[in-house]
Write a new protein. Structure first.
Length: 399
């Protein structure tokens, strides 16, 4: 969601638009406008709407204008759906970072997911309930709209049907959709949260495969996209939850490479020498330290292979580490949770964190360190205790 921008807020929650939303909105407007005749027939047959097709097709642009109004109304309903999740989550004390509209609907970004099954059940079901209420409200407005207002009746009737359909679709047990989260909550009543997540994710991925196949046979690109998103999101969240369970009570100090085992470079090392060291030692990142007048090493930066690549190969003898290193360092303390390190790396798009205590460099932790430690815990069946967990050797040092 790095391509999103804020358009306002509701109840103190930032509302954002992803750039993909600006692409999908006119597509929805076109699709609705292009199918306005068949949609009106469905509304007239199911709701006795009495909408005059001719009145909405007198001008070539009119169906698309009505389609745009319906598309905007649909996404307003999506925002209200996500607001239902968000306000319920806030009631339980979970902060909401934002609500973002994007290609496949909306996402309420909770800063932390609830692990109490009752809380998750209530938060998950709040969205579909709001969608049903929006559908009922749209239908009520439809009933009170004069029959001469064909455009308004079409939009309201369309939103009444689509919001209820949205609620039904979201109740499919395709984790991480609402129905999948409800399924996980029910599973978590009688088993550990991580195991319930794995089971819900497996069912979600199965549903994603069926959705993808159905979308393929129906030539529905949007459904194929939703299926792809559900599959990837289910896999990702299952891994996150499993890692959180594996790293419970594990600190950065338990996994990091300590300072005495670190390979460091000085700021006057040439880029050519740096690249040669990286090749020889199989590392792609080094803390940069400078010796002060007292003979102590002082951390002044971090240099990575990406930094070295910025220098043309023919000029690498003329440039030093000091010219390309990063001085705006991302650091973490040794007593921080291992999951905090993972989240910090993900948020900043980096592969390593310098571990500091006060002004002293005490170690380095990398994404490889964390993944290797995770594999060890997983392969041990979770039976390796915190004090017994072996710190992986050089393979976890500085990839």
């Amino acid at each position: 969601m790095m391509r999103s921008f804020r358009i306002g807020s509701l109840f103190g929650i930032p509302i954002k638009l992803d750039l993909t939303f600006l692409l999908i909105l006119p597509v929805f407007a076109y699709l609705i406008g292009n199918q306005i005749g068949p949609v009106i027939e469905i509304l007239n047959a199911s709701m006795d709407a009495g909408i005059d097709v001719a009145a909405l097709t007198t001008e070539w642009w009119l169906p698309y204008a009505v389609g745009l109004a319906a598309a905007i109304g649909l996404f307003v309903g999506v925002v209200l759906h996500e607001l239902g999740h968000s306000l319920t989550a806030q009631r339980y004390g979970f902060p909401i970072d934002s609500i973002t509209l994007w290609l496949f609907g909306g996402i309420a970004a909770l800063s932390e997911m609830p692990e109490d099954w009752r809380q998750e059940f209530t938060i998950a079901i709040a969205g579909p309930i709001v969608s049903v209420l929006v559908g009922v409200g749209s239908y009520a407005l439809f009933l009170f709209t004069p029959e001469s207002f064909d455009g308004a009746r079409f939009v309201l009737g369309y939103l009444a049907v689509l919001n209820v359909a949205l609620a039904v679709f979201n109740m499919l047990p395709a984790f991480p959709m609402d129905g999948g989260r409800i399924l996980r909550a029910l599973l978590a009543r009688s088993q550990p949260y991580a195991r319930a997540t794995q089971q819900a994710a497996s069912i979600g991925k199965l549903f994603a495969v069926f959705m993808g196949l159905f979308g393929l046979f129906a030539f529905n690109i949007i459904l194929i996209g939703v299926a792809f998103f559900v599959y990837i999101a289910a896999s990702s969240e299952a891994q996150q939850v499993t890692m959180k369970a594996a790293f419970q009570d594990v600190t950065v100090a338990d996994i990091m490479t300590p300072a005495e085992d670190l390979h460091t470079v000085s700021p006057d090392t040439t880029i050519s020498e740096l690249v040669q060291r990286m090749f020889a030692e199989r590392h792609t990142g080094y803390p940069v330290v400078e010796r002060d007048g007292w003979g102590d090493d002082r951390l002044i930066g971090l240099v990575t292979l990406d930094d070295a690549r910025e220098v043309d190969p023919v000029e690498r003898d003329a440039y030093e580490v000091d010219d390309v290193m990063t001085t705006d360092l991302e650091t973490i303390t040794p007593d921080s949770d291992a999951m905090t390190a993972i989240e910090r790396m993900q948020q900043n798009g980096i592969g390593r964190l310098l571990v500091v205590e006060g002004d002293d460099l005490v170690g380095l932790i990398t994404r490889t360190d964390l993944m290797t430690a995770f594999d060890i815990v997983q392969q041990s069946g979770g039976e390796v205790g915190l004090g017994e967990r072996p710190r992986p050797a050089s393979s976890m040092g500085q990839p």
